[in-house]
Design a protein around this ligand. Structure first.
Ligand code: C5P
Length: 379
């Protein structure tokens, strides 16, 4: 806990009843600065930070020490306390650092359970050989705290919840030209779309990013296509959409573009001037109308008023699977900021993702999308 906190990580502690016989929750409350969760069915906890909220909040779940009992429970999907239920409810990478007597560790059933958990994607840290609490010597000692933290930090780039999925993401603003030197654009920085691309990559997806003009860099593992206008973005997205499992439209695409572009620079003349605009084609709507469309389509809605009403309308009208809505024009969050909050709606539910940096927010949204994709595939 101290090492993780030292590296500026936010840590929340879940304790089993057995753990509480060794150490008091108050100790962890003091060290983590957060209340400690101990009960699956606790009226107060359920309101504040129930197992589903904890499951969505976490970037990583580490069980240290992991006893033979919790390992067996995880292997078989038992969910009779908060920790085992949390494991079932989360999509984040899970690490276990076993600690037990060496005979228990070497027992065939424990070894079988460990192997199965690893095939389920759980990552093993240790155990090590050495002096044990029981006075014997052998394999089963929990890895040193520093080794556990090292492993958690090393692995921060891979959790593979979207492995084998192709994801297409559009990001940034568009530019709608009036003449060779002037254009109409908006305040989008592309930060949210780029953070989503990075989060999807870290979740194991193959990511294609269609980017409007922004000052951001992207991993060379992401296929990036740069465009400028709404029409170019439309073409870039529509020509690739059928090869992707998920489309996330995070770009702030111009709704209108000049009806004609002057080939020469427009001269300063009359006191007033009028620009005739025409509607651009709606990329999201057109993707959702494709015969071979992505299995899951996510839109964004930036609103200055009546957020829920407009977002839910767009979800329906554009025939989306999910819409992520955010307030713009307010002091905190929105365009060109590093932080944002989202209210996410889908046909059967909604979820509030609270104000945080866009990297963390993107990770939470990707987790939510993964959950809904899995749900859609299972029905
Ligand atoms: O209807 P509105 O433009 O407010 O909806 C916002 C959502 O629609 C965003 O996800 C945006 O990327 C998408 N959009 C689009 N094509 C347009 C305009 C907006 O895909 N021409």
């Amino acid at each position: 806990m101290r090492l993780l906190r030292k590296q500026d990580n936010q840590v929340r502690v879940v304790m089993t009843h057995s753990a509480m016989q060794f150490i008091s929750p108050l100790t962890f409350q003091a060290l983590s600065g957060n209340s400690v969760s101990t009960e699956l069915l606790d009226a107060e906890e359920e309101n504040a930070m129930g197992h589903i909220n904890l499951a969505r909040w976490a970037d990583k779940l580490v069980i240290a020490p992991a006893t033979a009992n919790i390992i067996a429970k995880l292997t078989h999907g038992l969910a009779d306390d908060l920790l085992s239920t949390l494991y079932l409810a989360t999509n984040c990478p899970v690490y276990i650092a076993p600690a037990m007597n060496h005979v228990m560790w070497n027992k065939a059933v424990t070894q079988e359970n460990i192997l199965r958990l690893q095939t389920h994607g759980v990552q093993l840290i240790g155990p090590e050989s050495g002096d044990q609490a029981c006075g014997e010597v052998g394999f089963g000692r929990m890895s040193e705290a520093s080794d556990i933290v090292l492993k958690l930090t090393e692995e921060s780039c891979s959790d593979y919840t979207l492995q084998s999925k192709n994801i297409l993401i559009s990001a940034g603003p568009t530019r709608e030209f009036l003449d060779p030197v002037r254009y109409i654009t908006n305040r989008s920085s592309g930060k949210m779309g780029y953070a989503l691309a990075e989060a999807a990559l870290n979740a194991g997806a193959k990511v294609t990013l269609i980017s409007g003009p922004v000052n951001l860099t992207s991993s060379d593992k992401i296929t990036r296509i740069n465009v400028e206008t709404a029409e170019q973005m439309h073409h870039a997205v529509l020509s690739r959409a059928d090869k992707n499992d998920i489309y996330i439209g995070a770009a702030a695409v111009a709704d209108y573009t000049p009806a004609s572009i002057s080939l020469k620079k427009i001269k300063k003349q009359a006191n007033e001037s009028t620009i005739q605009l025409q509607k651009t084609r709606d990329i999201l709507t057109d993707v959702a109308a494709l015969k071979n469309k992505p299995n899951f389509i996510v839109g964004f809605a930036a609103e200055t008023d009546d957020l829920e009403h407009y977002a839910k309308n767009k979800l329906k009208q554009k025939k989306l699977d999910m819409i992520a809505a955010n307030w713009v024009g307010q002091e905190q969050g929105g365009f060109d900021k590093d932080e944002n909050a989202l209210q996410v709606y889908w046909n059967t539910g909604s979820q509030c993702l609270e104000m945080t940096n866009k990297t963390h927010l993107a990770k939470q949204l990707i987790n939510l999308i993964t959950e809904r994709v899995n749900e859609k595939n299972s029905t």
